[in-house]
Design a protein around this ligand. Structure first.
Ligand code: NAD
Length: 268
């Protein structure tokens, strides 16, 4: 087996890179040889990830970026090129923690915020980064959608809709930029153990109980398992992969039944 690094000579912008999945992707990209620009609305969180990369011997910068603000996205792209000379790779992992509610109870402001950050934010990052990737001779975009873009959840119309829209947006991005040697794909994580999920489910135990139930693999996933797929999609290993979505959901979307705990029990 080869131990060559997969992202040597790449410069990646990771929006939402201060978060758990974005942070794990930023760390793995740096470990695979990429210089990484960690962008997040929280500069503090972005700095933590960038510093961890530098402490591990990698190259990283941290920028405060609100992806829903056009001027922030433009500035981030320009500064990334100033510092590292080019951009080859864009990851969009930012998302709001939108509240639950049906159309009557969800506020219009919360709906708009979800669209602004989860969807328009990706458009804006792409708007200001794609020209730089093209100028670098090509590269890859990895947008983080969700298994909830494949199926609905009660009270989560804003979140689910933005993630479904993101997949389709990315297909068209792939069509528009294929001729420029730029691939674009989404990853749809399923139930991943993060602080974000802990906020929803209270404890890790409860999260595993609620979300691990019905999973083909009988457990929730880790941020590293998402980051591995993000490395693959950004690398030449995925050179003929574009305009598609990769579910990293432990089989959640394949299985339409209820709890699998009985099957797991009978297999032991
Ligand atoms: N955790 C899961 O189980 C799971 C499952 C499926 C999909 N996802 C998706 O993965 C991505 C990362 O989720 P996570 O679990 O790491 O959550 P997280 O909250 O740790 O990360 C999201 C990051 O986005 C940042 N952010 C929020 N608004 C922003 C804005 N306007 N501009 C820039 N940055 C902003 C936050 O500060 C945070 O650091 C999200 O797109 C989420 O929808 C997560």
């Amino acid at each position: 087996m080869s131990d060559r690094k997969l992202l040597v000579d790449r410069v990646a912008i990771v929006a939402g890179g201060g978060g758990e999945i974005g942070g794990a992707i930023a760390m793995r990209y740096a470990a695979e040889g990429a210089a990484v620009v960690v962008c997040d609305i929280s500069l503090e969180k972005a700095e933590v990830v960038a510093e961890a990369i530098r402490n591990a011997g990698g190259r990283a910068a941290a920028f405060k970026v609100d992806v829903s603000k056009e001027e922030d996205c433009d500035k981030a792209a320009r500064r990334a090129v100033e510092i590292f000379g080019k951009i080859t790779t864009l990851v969009n992992a930012s998302a709001t923690a939108s509240p639950d509610g049906n159309v009557e109870t969800l506020s219009t402001a919360a709906w708009r915020e979800a669209i602004d950050v989860n969807f328009t934010g990706v458009f804006l990052m792409c708007k200001y980064v794609m020209g730089h990737i093209r100028a670098a001779g090509g590269g890859a975009v990895v947008n983080i959608a969700s298994s909830h873009g494949h199926f609905g959840l009660p009270g989560r119309s804003a979140y689910c809709s933005t993630k479904a829209a993101l997949m389709h947006f990315t297909r068209v991005l792939a069509i528009d930029y294929g001729p420029h040697n730029i691939r674009a794909n989404t990853i749809s994580p399923g139930p991943i153990d993060t602080a974000r999920s802990l906020r929803r489910f209270g404890t890790r135990e409860n999260s595993n109980k609620v979300r691990g139930r019905g999973q083909v693999l009988g457990r929730t996933g880790t941020v590293e398992e998402v980051a591995s797929v993000a490395v693959f999609l950004a690398s030449d290993e995925a050179s003929f992969v574009t305009g598609t979505d990769l579910l990293v959901d432990g089989g959640q979307t394949a299985f339409k039944g209820t709890a699998l705990s009985d099957i797991h029990q009978s297999a032991t």
